[in-house]
Design a protein around this ligand. Sequence first.
Ligand SMILES: Nc1ncnc2c1ncn2[C@@H]1O[C@H](COP(=O)(O)OP(=O)(O)O)[C@@H](O)[C@H]1O
Ligand SMILES: [Mg+2]
Length: 593
Amino acid sequence: MLKTLAVHIRGYVKASVATPLFMILEVIMEMLIPLLISSMIDNGINHTVMQNGVEIPSPDMGHILLMGGLMLLCALAALLGGAMGGVFGAKASAGFARNLRAAMFKNIQTFSFANIDRFSTAGLVTRMTTDVTNVQNAYQMILRICFRAPISLVVAMTITLLINAQLASIYLVAVAFLGVVLFFLIRKTHKYFTLVFEKYDELNASVQENVSSIRVVKAFVREHHEISKFERATLNLYTLFLKAEKMMVSVSPLMMITIYASIIAISWFGAMMIVGGSLTTGELTSMLAYCMNILMNLMMIAFIFIMITMSLASGRRIAQVLDEKATIANPEHPDTDVPDGSIDFEDVVFSYSETSEKPVLNHIDLHIRSGETIGIIGGTGSSKTSLVNLVARLYDVNSGCVKVGGKDVRSYDLEVLRDKVAVVLQKNVLFSGTILDNLRWGNENATEEECIAACKLACANDFISEFPDGYHTKIEQGGTNVSGGQKQRICIARALLKKPLILILDDSTSAVDTATDAKIRRAFAEEIPDTTKLIISQRVSSVENADRIVVMDSGEINAVGTHDELMQSCEIYSETYIAQTVGNGDFDKKGEM
Ligand SMILES: Nc1ncnc2c1ncn2[C@@H]1O[C@H](COP(=O)(O)OP(=O)(O)O)[C@@H](O)[C@H]1O
Ligand SMILES: [Mg+2]
């Protein structure tokens, strides 16, 4: 995991190295100051001269000024080190985060449908935002404190041991005591922080689901339910954070008591030593300064441990996204020539996850000639969508094979295949931009005339022309400012612009009235007769004129044939037909086709 993340420091290695170096400069300069104070007191202020065999005080102004000057220089250097360390640390960590996000985003773009099924969308969002921010903060802390604190600790301890080992042993006890307390604290808080991230996912899922389907929420007046769901998620987070923080806060008074106890002990024993002549006033002063320093650094180290454990969870989640291999990738020597629009399913077995018992598609054999129009009908969940998704290789089969133009779909270059096989997905979306922009997703270089021609085929030209801005009408994110049927027709036109060999409409005219639906199909038959058309529909009227109709039933092909054949032989089909034409009175059907 660390290796996966570490490569993304590239471009910011210099800043990453400079940060600790500057921080070390700061430490060394800070460490010198107590020594200078000690010398100032002992050799400057308490300077004595021998006069007539008697020692009399005679402060050495020259030495005092010299030490004062040096202290000022040290302080300035420390300031510079600290400031530069801060700047470089920020640069390194922000750059690291940027690289991580870019790499994740890039990898997500290669994800197949199966990869996306594995991570939830909410999970991906948390990983790209909160988790990266955590790692960024931790990285900055590590660069700034990870070197600084231990070095400072060791240097201060060495100096104090050199000054007076006996006195130094006092806070060694304090350090040992605090070390044990912090160890247990970290273990406890780590547990809570790991839980926190799982709750973040829940929170994001709640927000994402609600915001993206706010219209449905409103239509079903589920706001209260949604609010309470959201409140539960935030309350969970609140409780966990509170627990973790309480733990951290409780340690602060303990630290302070230990620090002050050490200071008192050092002062007490130090004073006795001064009287005894084994310690100077200057040395005691610097001892006290170092003592504070040491305990503070210990606290920093504890804090950084907590940061690291917190960010480890995040780092792991980021690495999972970075390490995820696209389940569908180009073959080594991709074929870029799709000869024709024939489709062959040969003993195809397919399921969405390896663990599921019953496959979603069970031993499917189906052969479709180039240019044929195939209707696919069947109840919801009968695997119609799953069947056609295999043609554009949105998923890969478990066994058997799907061929397009006589060649296995897995042998083609993905881009070429998906250009030749245009799928209008059941759940389709438009993107923010003008209608023209959206149409040109199908073909970037399409001229306005070509776009209009495609829209005429899809029966979209009429309503688009009626918009005040025509083809330059802005579509809002998700296409919320056009009706369902209008959206479907724009999506069909978008697919037509690819000039595909195979056109798959997955229930793509469900929101279009039957008259227009019939008109679209008639246009297809006249204008693009050579394109193989797979038309999935719930309406018998949409498929009855197809060359052949496939009836799907729980993952298997129940029957294949023309309308007349199926009326004779297929019970599911004839019953559906009767129910829809007689039972539901689909009366505008007759006059149309
Ligand atoms: N992304 C998916 N992950 C797991 N199972 C899925 C997924 N999509 C569909 N399924 C399952 O596969 C079966 C067939 O679904 P689908 O092909 O969408 O049927 P249809 O289009 O005929 O309504 C259903 O049982 C459905 O629950
Ligand atoms: Mg479907």
